[in-house]
Ligand binder design. Structure first.
Ligand SMILES: [Zn+2]
Ligand SMILES: [Zn+2]
Length: 299
């Protein structure tokens, strides 16, 4: 997906959904910062044959477990500072959090040692940085968001090359709601009509490295159940292109866009902004993003 296709879709939503103006403006600036930092990403190659790469996937191991990309420390720290500054200026967070973001140097709080753990255990990484920030006003979800948005520009390129190294792979065989490249749980999905398959195929999307992979359409992306009686979806009749798939088995949910019902070509990171109000409805009904028991990260 090119930045210009995304910009076009943003304009469309800006006209259709004035209620989202604030979020759209914030994320446009975030994406702009990410694209600036993506130029500082380290080179990455996966020196394995297509057969070897596919074998790893069939063993349910991530591509980054085969060769992890290097995230350069100083450029990453700068990215963290840039995202934190944007959040302070544009996000509309409560005053105490804005002040804390301005006062703390989150970039300096990231040690080389902590950053080395970011891809093998993201939560541990966030906790290490939180320990070094030691400021209660900067909540863990906020810190986690800033650190993740700052990692993305350094992973997009390597993730693309890792997927290329897998050649023609049937991603349905990966068979998981966790990203085949970095192991992060999918943040959303897109149902797209391709070929003659009735009803289309569903592609899940990784919030961290932005990889998209195919996953069964009628199946919980969190616990993997195919029990139709447990699988439902929420949507607003006026907007059938945006849905939240819920699962009564694990109480997890997955935001999903149905492309043929949209006026734009679906771009995951943008669709996720549009899907937030529906996610809130799912949360009010007792569903959580990852369900009761999240699958283990295959690393
Ligand atoms: Zn990923
Ligand atoms: Zn489930």
């Amino acid at each position: 997906m090119t930045d210009s296709a995304r910009a076009k879709a943003v304009e469309k939503y800006r006209a259709e959904r004035p209620d989202l103006e604030h979020q759209l403006a914030l994320f446009e600036k975030l994406w702009e910062a990410q694209s600036r930092f993506s130029e500082l990403a380290s080179g990455y190659t996966l020196d394995s044959s297509v057969d070897e790469v596919q074998k790893v996937l069939k063993q349910h191991r991530t591509l980054f477990s085969l060769a992890a990309p290097e995230i350069p420390l100083e450029p990453y720290r700068e990215a963290v500072r840039a995202i934190a500054a944007l959040m302070a200026e544009e996000s509309g967070l409560p005053d105490d959090q804005v002040t804390a973001l301005r006062e703390a140097d989150l970039g300096a709080a990231v040690s080389e040692d902590a950053l080395g753990k970011a891809l093998s255990g993201y939560d541990v990484f966030v906790q290490l940085v939180a320990g070094s920030v030691a400021d209660e006003r900067i909540t863990e979800p906020l810190l986690s968001f800033v650190l993740a948005e700052a990692i993305t520009p350094f992973l997009i390129g390597p993730a693309k090359r890792a997927v290329e190294a897998a050649g023609k792979f049937d991603w349905l065989m990966w068979d998981s709601g966790l990203c085949p490249v970095c192991g992060t749980p999918a943040s959303s999905g897109i149902v797209r009509d391709e070929g003659e398959l009735q009803g289309g195929r569903r592609w899940l999307s990784c919030p961290l490295c932005r990889t998209q992979w195919e996953y069964a359409r009628v199946r919980c992306a969190r616990c993997g159940t195919r029990r139709q009686e447990d699988l439902e979806y929420l949507y607003d009749e006026k907007d059938p292109g945006h849905r939240v798939h819920t699962c009564k088995s694990c109480h997890g949910y997955t935001p999903v866009s149905v492309e043929k019902e949209l006026t734009v070509r679906a771009v995951p990171e943008l669709e996720e902004i549009v899907l937030v109000p529906l996610e809130c409805v799912a949360a009010e009904r007792g569903f959580t993003p990852l369900g009761d028991e999240a699958e283990e990260v295959p690393n």
